[in-house]
Ligand binder design. Structure first.
Ligand code: BGP
Length: 460
């Protein structure tokens, strides 16, 4: 076989509680920021479809987990919903939620599917947002308590934990753009949100180690390798700034336990440093992970600004520009660049510059708008484009493994087409098609192909 992967390689897919569970107002769950936002501004969400209309895993998890098995999965990532487990954020545990998560984990384990469990996927409980969200140290402490309760409740069986999924996204979308609640644009507040999230991560790692469970803990980061337009020093400097702000701001604390001094100097230059308290440095140092999850979708292509920004930037993009590389390959169904080698570049960077810690590809995938166009006569989506996409990324991943990368697995985003924030169901990513009306699930061609790859530990 030309592309043979290790026998214990993780084959699977990823999803999240707020995007998949449904039952957003049932089972004792309180509102998270997306539930709340949808209740006041439903028109912002694609086709007016909100977080209540997810793929109803809450009600169908038993049959859905059977589907995972059919898809050849030996592992699966989802998250626990903070607002379901502790509806007021800090107090009583919701026993219905405990029963639900216990039942899900039991079923996964019974099917021989390793659960990889994340604690936070953009879904701040609204009651915690009202107390300041990530701008508040009180919320940081509340998150660490929530994490500790999860370790106490489920840590006997769950051996692979992640503190956050893509922590930079709520910073960018919630505090530097208008894609997530609370839709603020303020670089200083964004820096505080990022810093507090890093502290919350470190607090959870420290708490996990104190529990002395036999397992590991990490974080999931969306890494976009950042390439300058040219070797011109101005382009290189612009690319470095983008990399520091949008990749390294979470990568370095997670992997090294501290920030890159260049990032600190950059923020200090504009008086954007958050409030640092005594003990923070030691806490960050305690937050070094055992394993890194990498979400890779597309690279970042950067050039210097035509006219240098004067004064304090409002957003990172005031300090650099994006450019469209001539000849780049695009996903025609989503508008994102496809650059398969990016996965290799990330893994190589981690091996060479970050001590080659265990890692895995926790998300990679191809969103397709209007995917019903590809439903064939047999009633399934004939997604050869997705097979090609996965295959070509796996070829580069394989090369990275041959060169010594500690990458342990590959998870597609996602299992069943699921609800996705403002985009709702616009872009379909799943191995399994979801009919929104009937909630019927139909495995796509890529799902059958992937199951074969997983069973054979590779492909030709
Ligand atoms: C990732 C997130 C997922 C999911 C995915 C697809 O960044 O971790 O939660 O949303 O992107 O995004 P979209 O549906 O916007 O194309």
């Amino acid at each position: 076989m030309q592309y043979r992967f290790p026998d214990n390689f993780w084959w699977g897919s990823a999803s999240s509680a707020p995007q998949m569970e449904g039952a957003a107002n049932r089972g004792g769950k309180s509102a998270n920021i997306f539930d709340y936002w949808f209740s006041i501004e439903p028109e912002r969400f694609h086709n007016g479809v909100g977080p209540t209309d997810t793929s109803t895993f809450y009600d169908n998890f038993e049959s859905d987990i059977k589907l995972l098995k059919q898809l050849g999965h030996n592992s699966f990532r989802t998250s626990i919903s903070w607002s379901r487990l502790i509806p007021d954020g800090v107090g009583e545990i919701n026993q219905e939620a405990v029963s639900f998560y216990n039942a899900v984990f039991d079923r996964l384990l019974a099917e021989g599917i390793t659960p990889l469990i994340n604690l936070y996927h953009f879904d701040m409980p609204m009651c915690m947002q009202e107390r300041g969200g990530w701008e508040s140290r009180e919320v940081v402490a509340a998150y660490v308590r929530y994490a500790t309760r999860c370790f106490d409740l489920f840590g006997g069986r769950i051996k692979h934990w992640f503190t956050f999924n893509e922590p930079i996204v709520p910073v960018e979308c919630g505090y530097l753009g208008h894609y997530h609640y609370p839709c603020v644009v303020d670089f200083g507040r964004a820096a505080t949100v990022a810093y507090h999230t890093a502290l919350a991560h470190a607090g959870a790692v420290q708490a996990y180690r104190a529990c002395q469970h036999d397992g590991e803990i990490g974080i999931i980061l969306n890494l976009s390798p950042t390439y300058p337009r040219s070797q011109d020093p101005a382009d290189i400097a612009a690319s470095r700034i983008a990399d520091l702000l949008l990749n390294k701001s979470f990568l370095d604390p997670a992997m090294k336990g501290s920030y890159d001094p260049e990032l600190v100097a950059l923020l200090a230059q504009y008086d954007l440093l958050p409030q640092i308290e005594e003990g923070d440095k030691a806490l960050l140092a305690a937050g070094k992970v055992d394993i890194l999850g990498i979400n890779y979708y597309q690279p970042r292509r950067v050039k210097a600004k035509e006219v240098a920004w004067q004064g304090v930037p409002r957003t990172p993009e005031d300090l650099f520009d994006y450019y469209e590389m001539p000849g780049r390959k695009m996903n025609p169904h989503r508008g994102w660049e496809i650059y398969e080698k990016g996965i290799y570049d990330i893994l190589t960077d981690l091996r060479v510059n970050y001590g080659n810690l265990p890692c895995y590809i926790s998300e990679n995938g191809m969103g397709v708008e209007g995917e019903e166009r590809f439903i064939g006569p047999e009633g399934r989506v004939e997604d050869d484009y997705r097979i090609q996409f996965i295959r070509e990324h796996l070829e580069w991943l394989h090369l990275a493994l041959e060169e010594g990368s500690a990458c342990r697995g590959y998870h597609l985003w996602t299992f069943i087409d699921n609800w996705s924030w403002l985009n709702a169901y616009k872009n379909r990513y799943g191995f399994v098609r979801l009919d929104l009306e009937s909630q019927q699930r139909t495995i796509k061609k890529s799902g059958y192909w992937f199951a074969e790859v997983a069973r054979n530990h590779g492909f030709n």
